[in-house]
Design a protein around this ligand. Structure first.
Ligand SMILES: Cc1cc2nc3c(=O)[nH]c(=O)nc-3n(C[C@H](O)[C@H](O)[C@H](O)COP(=O)(O)OP(=O)(O)OC[C@H]3O[C@@H](n4cnc5c(N)ncnc54)[C@H](O)[C@@H]3O)c2cc1C
Length: 274
C-alpha cells in the first residue's frame, strides 16, 4: 500500500536523533539551564517536601523543589519510587543506522514481516534509520532478514529497546511530574512518541513555572488533566496500529481494507500528523 504523506508545516519529518537531541540541549543551555551530560541518576529521596537526588558520577546530592522525570520508558525515577508498572517482555525493538541504499528515495517504509515489522526512514542524505520490532523469539530471524535485505555485516551494532508496551505512570504526583515515555509508552508504528514527549515536556515546563514562581497549588493536577488530554481522541489509531502489527490476521484484513479504501488510510495518517 502506497500513500502520499501530508506535506507542509504540519507534516512529519525524519531527523537523526543525535542531531535533534543536540539542538534541544544547545537551546536549553542558551536559555540558562545547567546542563549535566553523562550523569546517571542512581538514588532519589524526599525530605521536608524537597527532592534529593544523587548521580553515579558525583557524591554530592542535588536538591530540587520540583522534579520532572523525563527519563524514558524504563524511568529510573518511577522505578526507584515504586511507580513503574510491571511489564511483560512481549516484544522488543532493535534500531540502527545504516548507509542509505541507493535509490531508496524520500519515503518512510513500514514493512510487515513474519514475526514482526520493520520501519525504515532516511534521516539525512547518507543514512537510513532501520528499526525492527518483534517478539523475543522472532527478533533474531528479523535481524537475519535485515542483514540480507540491506547487505549488513555480522558486526552491525543494534540498539535494543524494551518494553514496547506498559501501563501508564500517573503524570503528576505533587511536586513530581512525569513527561514523555516515562509517563506513557505508545506503539512505535505510528511514529508519534517524539510528539507526545515534546508536548508533555512543554506542559510540564509551564506547570513547573507555576509551581515554583507562583506557588500554585493546583498546577500539578492541571498538568495531569492536560497530559491526559494530549492523548484523548488519538490513542485509538495507535491501538489499531498495534492490533494490525501484533495479529497477522487482523493486520491482513486492515491492510487489505486500506488498499481498497485509500481514503481511509489517508484519514488515519492525517489524524496521526495533526
Ligand atoms: C523502534 C522504535 C521506533 C520509534 N520511532 C519513532 C519515530 O519514528 N517517531 C517518533 O516520534 N517516535 C518514535 N519512537 C518513540 C520515541 O523514541 C520515544 O517516544 C521518545 O524517544 C520518547 O522521548 P523521551 O524523551 O520521553 O524518552 P527517551 O528518548 O527515552 O529519553 C530518555 C532520556 O533519559 C535518560 N535517562 C534514562 N535513565 C536515566 C538515568 N537513570 N539517569 C540519567 N538519565 C537517564 C536517557 O539517557 C535518555 O536521554 C520509536 C520508538 C521505538 C521503540
Amino acid at each position: 500500500v502506497r500513500l502520499e504523506l501530508p506535506r507542509g508545516e504540519e507534516a512529519e519529518i525524519a531527523v537523526k536523533r543525535s542531531a535533534f537531541d543536540s539542538i534541544l540541549l544547545n537551546r536549553t543551555a542558551k536559555l540558562g539551564a545547567d546542563v549535566r551530560e553523562a550523569s546517571t541518576l542512581t538514588s532519589i529521596g524526599k525530605s521536608d517536601g524537597t527532592w534529593k537526588i544523587t548521580t553515579a558520577e558525583t557524591t554530592a546530592a542535588l536538591r530540587a523543589r520540583l522534579l520532572v522525570a523525563a527519563d524514558g520508558r524504563n524511568s529510573t525515577v518511577a522505578r526507584l519510587l515504586g511507580l513503574l508498572p510491571r511489564f511483560a517482555k512481549e516484544r522488543v525493538a532493535l534500531q540502527t543506522h545504516i548507509p542509505l541504499p541507493s535509490g531508496f528515495g524520500n519515503r518512510v517504509v513500514l514493512q510487515l514481516l513474519a514475526g514482526g515489522y520493520s520501519g525504515q526512514a532516511p534521516v539525512n542524505d547518507s543514512e537510513l534509520n532501520l528499526c525492527l520490532v518483534g517478539k523475543p523469539k522472532s527478533i533474531r530471524a528479523l535481524q537475519i532478514w535485515a542483514r540480507k535485505r540491506f547487505e549488513l555485516s555480522a558486526g552491525q551494532q543494534w540498539r535494543t529497546i524494551t518494553p514496547l508496551r506498559r501501563g501508564t505512570v500517573p503524570a503528576a504526583h505533587g511536586n513530581l511530574l512525569f513527561a514523555g515515555d516515562a509517563a506513557r509508552v505508545v506503539e512505535p508504528f505510528t511514529g508519534e512518541g517524539i510528539f507526545y514527549a515534546l508536548r508533555s515536556g512543554e506542559l510540564a515546563a509551564a506547570a513547573a513555572t507555576a509551581i515554583i514562581r507562583e506557588n500554585s497549588l493546583d498546577a500539578a493536577s492541571k498538568y495531569a488533566a492536560q497530559h491526559a488530554a494530549i492523548y484523548r481522541g488519538r490513542l485509538w489509531i495507535n491501538a489499531l496500529a498495534r492490533t494490525a502489527v501484533v495479529s497477522p490476521k487482523m493486520g491482513s484484513i486492515l491492510f487489505e481494507l486500506a488498499r481498497l479504501q485509500p481514503t481511509l488510510l489517508r484519514f488515519l495518517t492525517r489524524k496521526v500528523v495533526r
